[in-house]
Design a protein around this ligand. Structure first.
Ligand code: FES
Ligand SMILES: [Fe+2]
Length: 407
């Protein structure tokens, strides 16, 4: 594989228009995206609510890479490649679980949660265990949201933390409870999923339940007066309201917007779903919407958090994981039911999943040509520009380092 095609596509890219077909379907483009986006950027892996106790872990599968995300003895979070330093066996085999020590199932080498090799039975006396710790990846925890970076040369995480933390903090994710997790495999390029979740141009036609809950989602209602009013209330309660836009090369978007008056939560009937979460004392915190390119989305209301992790499997297949978090004190059956908690995003997510798959089907046509974005799709354009910029940047660096042979 060489970079000619990708370089040509970048040269032909017309800002303000959707991408050319090859960007969505070509394995060469995907290989470069993997190298210059997914292997270099901070990726959302999950939340500390998934691993509350030392030794709790989950695996994050990113194509051929399996990453063990594990809670350490002192509450810290570690992430290691799931490959034994002996002869390479996968160490953790279950998607999630609990391990006092990480023991390879093949010849039982034993690792500590921080990756240190503790025991390697029957190895010679001069065997140096220190040289065979698990290979770790960088981890940052933003108020309970776990991000990893597969590159040793990770981008500065502080702008992400600064943007997300004030919005996440009131939810006390470190004490929250994972109520439900579901994965959906979509027959669509990962960028189409990301693009779909960067605009509400489609909401009026596709999401009656969502539009019922969120005033202005159909783009047919003026929300200015209500938003200004609510923002004063939220500020008075110490809740973050400052809009953070993804601009140029930044990766984060953060916003708080109002639910329709009388609506208490993201639910089909508009009624509350659970008890207020974390520091919230009522059901009036609106919706917190967070994004971090390339793979993290979160919408949170006063009583629950919904996260979406987008992971490409190939150019044409995307794994989308939804998690629902509730307050640690919320009791299933009394304070919430899984059915009511998940109903809203299952319905809305399914509608979105179909839109993405339909979009991909249409793009496969020989007649597909890039089409113009509407002004309300400015964040889609921003995302697409960001992706193209990462490829351009990576190709420039890669060429300098002669890494092209790698492909
Ligand atoms: S491959 Fe892990 S102990 Fe041998
Ligand atoms: Fe949608």
């Amino acid at each position: 594989m060489n970079s000619q095609l990708v370089q040509q596509l970048i040269r032909n890219y017309r800002p303000g228009f959707s991408l050319e077909q090859a960007f969505y379907i070509h394995s060469d483009v995907f290989a470069y995206e993997w190298e210059y986006i997914f292997k270099t950027q901070w990726l959302y892996a999950g939340s500390t609510a998934q691993i509350p106790k030392p030794g709790d872990y989950f695996l994050y599968q990113l194509r051929q890479e399996s990453i063990i995300v594990i809670r350490g003895n002192h509450g810290e979070v570690h992430a290691h490649y799931n490959t034994c330093r002996h002869r390479g066996s996968a160490i953790c085999l279950a998607d999630a679980g609990h391990a006092v020590k990480l023991i390879c199932p093949y010849h039982q080498w034993v690792y500590d949660k921080d990756g240190t090799l503790l025991q390697a039975r029957m190895m010679p006396d001069d065997f140096c265990k220190e040289e065979y710790a698990l290979q770790s990846v960088q981890v940052r925890v933003a108020e309970g949201l776990i991000f990893i970076c597969l590159s040793a040369d990770a981008p500065d995480f502080s702008p992400v933390l600064k943007s997300l933390a004030p919005y996440i903090r009131p939810y006390n994710i470190h004490k929250a409870k994972l109520a439900c997790k579901k994965n959906y495999i979509l027959q669509a390029n990962w960028k189409l999923v990301a693009e779909n979740f960067r605009e509400c141009y489609h909401c009026g036609g596709a999401h009656p339940e969502y539009c019922n809950a969120v005033i202005g989602a159909s783009l047919r209602e003026d929300t200015q007066a209500l938003t200004t009013d609510k923002q004063q209330d939220w500020k008075a309660k110490g809740l973050a309201t400052e809009l953070v836009e993804a601009v140029n090369d930044t990766t984060t978007y953060a916003i708080r917007y109002p639910l329709r008056p009388g609506i208490e939560s993201y639910s089909v009937d508009g009624k509350k779903v659970s008890i207020p979460m974390g520091m919230h004392t009522d059901h009036d915190a609106g919706v917190v919407g967070l994004v971090n390119y390339p793979n993290f989305w979160m919408d949170a209301v006063s009583d629950y958090i919904w996260t979406m992790r987008v992971t490409p499997v190939s150019a044409s297949v995307t794994d989308v994981e939804f998690c629902w978090l509730v307050d640690e004190k919320a009791i299933e059956g009394k304070d919430y039911t899984i059915e009511r908690l998940t109903e809203f995003w299952e319905i809305t997510g399914e509608q979105d999943g179909k839109l993405c798959e339909n979009n991909f089907k249409g793009i496969l046509s020989s007649a597909y040509r890039p089409g113009p974005y509407a002004p309300v799709e400015d964040q889609v354009m921003n995302f697409v520009n960001w992706c193209v910029a990462r490829l351009k940047e990576g190709l420039a660096k890669g060429t300098k380092q002669g890494s092209e042979k790698y492909f």
